[in-house]
Design a protein around this ligand. Structure first.
Ligand code: FNR
Length: 382
């Protein structure tokens, strides 16, 4: 369908599910175990309802914000995801150009299918901001070298992922190659033709990366399984002057430790449900921090990602104290289905939904989104 028939992010996902190869979809959509946390990430937003304010002047609405001090046209950024080329030949370059055209920030994954310099070169201009997501190898010198490399390329923040010292159990991903073979055997059997031995291949490079990515830590033998708040964070601070964000904080106690460690931001995230099954949805963790330790919001910037689909999801998070929210799969789907134009369209949809929601809530800027505007209900919504 043409982009003007794509009304929301669910529409984009539907198109992507049709165009993606079996294997790419398995990699993008997979989550840990029975995918409970993955499903609950999205569902959890439905427990939060608004207290809209009326009779406020709302002709002028500004949805922009800053993320680690950098301007963003809407309170959304592209979370780090591996292997965008599985979905579209231009991969992460689509994300970079789409982000540039809409003035949002892209966080590049350690496991991107384009190099950090290729993505930097794909930007609309050298001033377009990029963040770098780091999986820290055990070797400090190697990690420091990587950081210096992305600093030199103009990346503006280091996002250290802390929820994936080892890979979660993603069975969809493991099963994909076998199921593909079985389907093809069946198809070939029906026609009596020769059984296609080699199903459609992604290039060797990518295959290797999938295997690496599927087993972060266990076979990726250089992953640092011994990171700590008291050693790793001071080390990282000594290596870079860039702002530091910890990605994958999943409880109140660790949010407090992150604040004490002096990082600039935390991204409450369970890796889109791909790591520990039954880790709480990030919107619930955010709510708990708001209730139990609101002082954390004064010490660092708080972000969430996982299951965000609608402008209202974003507004709920902002009311509870998040500065912005990240989105992973929705941008992978957008660039897979429509390339750069899909990324731009997705941001435009979100922008429209956010501005509409702000008007109906009675807020003209993100600073007017306050905790009193949301309530967590204990009944089960339909
Ligand atoms: C991820 N995620 C991720 N995170 C990270 O720090 N480094 C990485 O390389 C990846 N790779 C990756 C690949 C794929 C296919 C997915 C779906 C996710 C996690 C990602 O940054 C983010 O936390 C989640 O995607 C957020 O959930 P939603 O928006 O996908 O629901």
């Amino acid at each position: 369908p043409p982009l003007n028939q794509i009304l929301n992010l669910r529409d984009i996902e539907k198109v992507a599910r049709d165009v993606l190869t079996y294997k790419a979809l398995a990699y993008y959509a997979s989550a840990a175990d029975d995918e409970t946390t993955h499903n609950e990430n999205a569902h959890a937003f439905s427990r939060f309802f608004f207290h809209p304010r009326v009779l406020r002047r709302i002709s002028q609405v500004d949805p922009s914000t800053t993320i680690l001090g950098i301007n963003s046209s809407i309170p959304i950024f592209i979370s780090a995801t591996g292997l965008a080329k599985l979905g579209h030949p231009l991969g992460e370059a689509n994300l970079a150009r789409g982000a540039g055209r809409t003035s949002i920030i892209q966080m590049l994954s350690t496991y991107a299918s384009l190099s950090a310099s290729q993505v930097a070169a794909a930007r609309l201009s050298p001033s377009q901001p990029l963040f770098f997501q780091l999986y820290k190898p055990r070797d400090h010198a190697l990690a420091a070298e990587r950081i210096r490399e992305v600093e030199a390329l103009g990346y503006r923040a280091i996002v250290l992922t802390v929820d994936a010292p080892v890979a979660g159990n993603r069975e969809r991903d493991v099963r994909a190659p076998f199921e593909l073979e079985a389907q093809e055997r069946e198809a070939a059997g029906g026609q009596g033709g020769e059984m296609p031995r080699q199903p459609e291949r992604v290039d060797e490079d990518l295959e290797e990366q999938i295997n690496l990515n599927g087993t972060v830590g266990s076979s990726l033998s250089n992953a640092d399984l011994d990171m700590t708040f008291t050693e790793t964070i001071p080390w990282l601070r000594s290596v870079t002057k860039l702002p530091i964000m910890l990605k994958g904080i999943q409880c109140v106690a660790d949010a407090v430790l992150a604040a004490e460690a002096g990082v600039d931001g935390i991204l409450l995230s369970n890796h889109g449900g791909r790591q520990l099954e039954y880790s709480l949805p990030p919107i619930e963790v955010l709510y708990k921090i708001r209730q139990q330790r609101p002082d954390v919001f004064d010490k660092l910037e708080v972000y969430i990602d996982g299951g965000v689909c609608r402008g209202t999801d974003v507004l709920k998070a902002l009311c509870l104290g998040a500065k912005a929210v990240g989105m992973g799969r929705p941008f992978l789907y957008a660039q897979s289905a429509y390339g750069e134009a899909g990324v731009v369209h997705a941001v435009r949809i979100l922008q429209r939904e956010i501005v509409l929601g702000m008007r109906l809530l009675g807020a003209t800027s993100v600073s007017e989104l306050v905790p009193e505007m949301v309530e967590r209900v204990d009944w089960q919504p339909l």
